[in-house]
Design a protein around this ligand. Structure first.
Ligand SMILES: Cc1ncc(COP(=O)(O)O)c(C=O)c1O
Length: 364
C-alpha cells in the first residue's frame, strides 16, 4: 500500500542535503570539539561554521546561539534559566514544553486566547506584574498554525521568549526584527535529525545554566556538543518548503466535498503548512485510524494521559467544546507532499467521514 505523510508538525524526514552534510562529522571529523589536538580542532571548526550559519539564518550573531537537544530543552532552558526567581506570563495555547515548565517557576500567569487562536497583546499586558521577568509566547501554534503578534508583545517592554519550533522554515524568522530576547528552534521539525535544536539568546539577556559539567556553549549548556546534529540543522535551515497552495487545495476540497466540516481558526494569520479541521459527529481518533488504514498519516492532537485520550488543551482554550475538540484533525504538510496526494487524502477523508457518521449516534 502507498503511504502518505501529512504529519510534518510532529516530525519531518531528514532531508538528503542535511544527511549528506552531517555524514563526515560521524566518520571523518569525529573529534570532541573541546579537544585541543587536530581532531578536536577540526570538529570545532565544523561546529563554529554551523553556529555561524544558524545565526545568519535567524538574523543573529554566532555567540547568541546555544545548541541544545531540541525544542523541549530550548524551552526549558529559556524559562528556567531566564525567568528564575521571577514571574512568567504565557498563554493557554503553548506547547507542554512551556506550560509544564512554567508550573515549576516561582509564579506564572496564563493568558486566555479566544476563538481566533491568536493572543491579544493587551491581555498579555494586563497579566504583567511588578516582578514579571519574562513573557513566553509561541511564534506559531503547533495545532492550529496560528501566528502570534510577537512584535506587539515585545513592545510591552519585558523580555520575550518565543517558541519558534513551528514557525521556522514555514515563515520568515528574523529574531532581530522580531525583537525577542530568546527564541527556541528544533531540528527534527525542519529536515534535520531528532536530538538537535538551539536557543537564540540575545546578547545581554540574563540566562542561568540549567545543566552542569563543563564550560560548553559559553557556560550556558554543559555537555559534549552534537557536531553532526549542528551541521545538519545549519544545512536544513537553508531550505524553505512552500506548501501554501497544497494546504489551500486541501481546505477548499474538504469544505466543498464534506458537509459539516469547519476549519478551526480559519480567518487568522496561519503558517502555510497547517490546517486543523473539525468534522461534526466524528471521533478524531477513529478517523485517524480509518485514515491510517488507508495509508494516510495525520494527527488528532489529543494527548493520552492515564489511558484516556484527553481533548487538546489548545482547542479547548479557543472555546471548542470537548466534543468539538475531539472531532478535530490536524493536517500538516511538508516536503514530499503533492497535489495528487492531497486529492487522494480528500477522497479517503470523504469516504471515512461518511462511514463513521453512519455509525455515530452523535451525528444526525
Ligand atoms: C511548538 C512546539 N514547541 C516545542 C516542541 C518540542 O520540540 P522537540 O520535539 O524538539 O523537543 C514542539 C514539538 O512538537 C512544538 O510543536
Amino acid at each position: 500500500m502507498q503511504r502518505y505523510y501529512f504529519d510534518h508538525n510532529a516530525t519531518t524526514p531528514v532531508s538528503r542535503e542535511a544527511l549528506e552534510a552531517m555524514l563526515p562529522a560521524f566518520t571523518e571529523i569525529y573529534g570532541n570539539a573541546s579537544s585541543i589536538h587536530h581532531f578536536g580542532q577540526a570538529a570545532r571548526h565544523l561546529l563554529d561554521e554551523a553556529r555561524k550559519q544558524v545565526a545568519d539564518a535567524l538574523g543573529a550573531s554566532a555567540e547568541e546561539i546555544v545548541f541544545t537537544s531540541g525544542g523541549t530543552e530550548s524551552d526549558n532552558l529559556a524559562l528556567l534559566g531566564g525567568a528564575a526567581g521571577g514571574h512568567l506570563v504565557t498563554t493557554a495555547i503553548e506547547h507542554p514544553a512551556v506550560l509544564q515548565t512554567a508550573g515549576r517557576l516561582a509564579g506564572w500567569s496564563c493568558v486566555p486566547v479566544g476563538p481566533s487562536g491568536v493572543v491579544d497583546p493587551d491581555d498579555v499586558r494586563k497579566a504583567l506584574k511588578s516582578d514579571t521577568a519574562l513573557i513566553s509566547v509561541m511564534h506559531a501554534n503547533n495545532e492550529l498554525g496560528t501566528i502570534q503578534p510577537l512584535a506587539e508583545i515585545v513592545k510591552l517592554g519585558v523580555p520575550v521568549h518565543a517558541d519558534g519550533v513551528q514557525a521556522l522554515g514555514k515563515i520568515p524568522v528574523n529574531v532581530r526584527e522580531l525583537g525577542v530576547a530568546m527564541y527556541s528552534i528544533s531540528g527534527h521539525k525542519v529536515g534535520a535529525p531528532k536530538g538537535i535544536g538551539a536557543l537564540y539568546v540575545r546578547k545581554g539577556t540574563k540566562l542561568k545554566a540549567r545543566q552542569f559539567g563543563g564550560r560548553h556553549e559559553r557556560e550556558r549548556r554543559a555537555g559534549t556538543e552534537n557536531v553532526a546534529g549542528a551541521v545538519a540543522l545549519a544545512r536544513a535551515m537553508q531550505t524553505h518548503v512552500d506548501t501554501e497552495a497544497l494546504r489551500d487545495r486541501l481546505e477548499h476540497a474538504v469544505l466543498r466535498d464534506i458537509p459539516d466540516a469547519h476549519v478551526n481558526a480559519a480567518g487568522s494569520p496561519r503558517i502555510p503548512n497547517t490546517t486543523n479541521i473539525r468534522f461534526d459527529g466524528i471521533d478524531s481518533d477513529a478517523l485517524l485510524i480509518a485514515l491510517d488504514l488507508r495509508g494516510f498519516a495525520v494527527s488528532s492532537g489529543a494527548a493520552c494521559s492515564s489511558g484516556a485520550p484527553e481533548p487538546s488543551h489548545v482547542l479547548l482554550a479557543i472555546g471548542l467544546t470537548r466534543e468539538q475538540a475531539r472531532s478535530s484533525i490536524r493536517f500538516s504538510l511538508g516536503r514530499g507532499n503533492t497535489a495528487d496526494q492531497v486529492d487522494a487524502l480528500v477522497g479517503a477523508l470523504a469516504e471515512s467521514v461518511t462511514h463513521l457518521r453512519k455509525l455515530s449516534p452523535a451525528y444526525v
